[in-house]
Design a protein around this ligand. Structure first.
Ligand code: SAJ
Length: 420
């Protein structure tokens, strides 16, 4: 069987590699010629554990190839981005364009699967009409169209692609069945069949659930700061209850999924979603809250130097998309108090022009406060005596609860500025 995957990003590329490994002939399509060139050499443009080996294996075995143009195939998987516009409504134009791009290559009986995260009813109202306008009878299953949302977490994509449960929502029951059969070749988790809109909503609710729960943890951090309670101790004890699982407060919610997906529901049901909207606002307020905490810690200092540890949106990834850490770094950089900012991140490679990356030692040298914004494993394992060794005043504000305390330094956690 041959699969044509449209979009070779964080989802499309690992998916291509996994199907190639299972013996499918896979052609991956992307508009970026540099990406195509890199892949055809057996290399990758994304950081993800296990992905490099899988791609190399696929290319070497002749099962995986990249191209700028789609080709005829048995199955088409669309894995292009769905960003939000300025007004926070979904931009489904890439999904629509990918659908139009494959039109010339479609044959009767083909399976089309959209993996991109999409607002409810996008399969029915955006994808299907494009195919119908090209004279395909979808009710008669001339093409089998489904939504099978990706649910993998960056950092564990290769493992979760195989082991996670999948939900497949078909435009018709036959379409759902066909798509489920495709995944059965590589997925070890359960595969559930339903209608397209239910699959769309399930995916969005998963990320919205997480967003709302992180907002609750962040609100607790703010309350704890005010009431002088240690939020992390509270979470620890509350979570000993068998039915409670409070998540971790932090500098805000970043990445391209959780900070975005709730808006896909909100735009379709504004009146009915006050909780989802409030959760977004609370999580978006966290960078300002962290900046206020830094202001408090440096009250008496003239042009303080802040060493920022971690710019990516979460632990152990290089991704800085919608990263609250970057927002915080820029807020401090442009702050009226005239902070000097240095940054260290062992994962981030992307050049961010205004934020220079430095070594641990250079970042900490002469700093007044070290601000930890990602719980990278290197930070968890870091020798905490380095803070006292290099900094002017060894004060650490750890927003991720990942730094070990040590003699000679003052460690503060988010939501507990009054000290430990
Ligand atoms: N975060 C917290 N506190 C927590 C957990 C997370 O502040 O307790 C922050 C992280 O630091 C990060 C953001 O939330 O900034 C999101 O991180 P994440 O690890 O929760 O999720 P993502 O965005 O990397 O991936 C999510 C996953 N969804 C769920 O776990 C429900 C993943 O399974 C999805 O496939 C992915 O979104 C996606 O592509 O939709």
């Amino acid at each position: 069987k041959k699969i044509c995957v449209i979009g070779l990003g964080y989802i499309g590329l690992p998916t291509s590699a996994i199907f190639a490994r299972a013996g499918f002939e896979v052609v991956g399509v992307d508009v970026n010629e540099k990406v195509i060139h890199t892949l055809n050499e057996g290399n990758i443009h994304i950081e993800e554990p296990g992905l490099g080996e899988a791609v190399k294996e696929g290319v070497d075995a002749g099962n995986l190839r990249a191209s700028t143009k789609p080709e005829e195939a048995d199955v088409f998987i669309i894995a292009v981005p769905t960003p939000v516009y300025e007004d926070k409504t979904a931009n489904t134009e890439y999904v629509a364009q990918a659908t139009r791009d494959i039109l010339p290559y479609l044959l009767k009986g083909n399976t089309i699967i959209v993996e991109s995260t999409i607002p409810p009813r996008t399969i029915d109202d955006v994808v299907a009409p494009i195919l119908r306008d090209a004279n395909w009878d979808l009710e008669a299953n001339e093409l089998l169209v489904s939504h099978c949302p990706e649910r993998v977490i960056p950092g564990k994509i290769m493992d979760e692609l195989i082991h996670n449960t999948r939900v497949v929502g078909g435009l018709t029951p036959e379409a759902a069945k066909k798509a489920a059969d495709v995944y059965r070749a590589v997925v070890k988790g359960d595969i559930h069949e339903t209608v397209a809109v239910t699959a769309e909503m399930s995916k969005l609710m998963e990320n919205t659930f997480r967003d709302v729960n992180i907002a609750l943890a962040n609100e607790l951090a703010k309350v704890s700061d005010k009431l002088d309670v240690n939020a992390h101790e509270v979470i620890n004890f509350a979570n000993m209850h068998p039915r409670v699982n409070i998540l971790q407060p932090g500098p805000g919610v970043g990445g391209h999924c959780i900070a975005v997906d709730p808006y896909f529901i909100i735009e379709k049901a504004k009146e009915e979603t006050p909780l989802m909207q409030r959760a977004r606002e609370i999580n978006d307020s966290m960078p300002s809250f962290v900046v206020e905490q830094i202001e408090e810690l440096t009250q008496l200092k003239m042009s303080p130097k802040i060493a920022i540890f971690g710019l990516s949106y979460k632990a152990n990834v290089d991704d800085v998309r919608e990263s609250p850490a970057v927002t915080i770094a820029r807020k401090l950089q442009n702050h009226e108090k005239g902070f000097t900012i240095t940054c260290h991140d062992p994962f981030v490679k992307q050049d961010m022009t205004d934020l220079q990356l430095e070594s641990v030692e250079d970042a900490l040298k002469e700093a007044d406060v070290a601000l930890v914004l990602a719980d990278h494993r290197q930070f968890k394992e870091m020798d905490p005596s380095l803070f006292a060794k290099y900094m002017k005043t060894p004060v650490v504000l750890d927003t991720r609860n990942c730094i070990k305390d040590h003699e000679g330094m003052t460690l503060y956690q988010i939501g507990h500025l009054t000290g430990l």
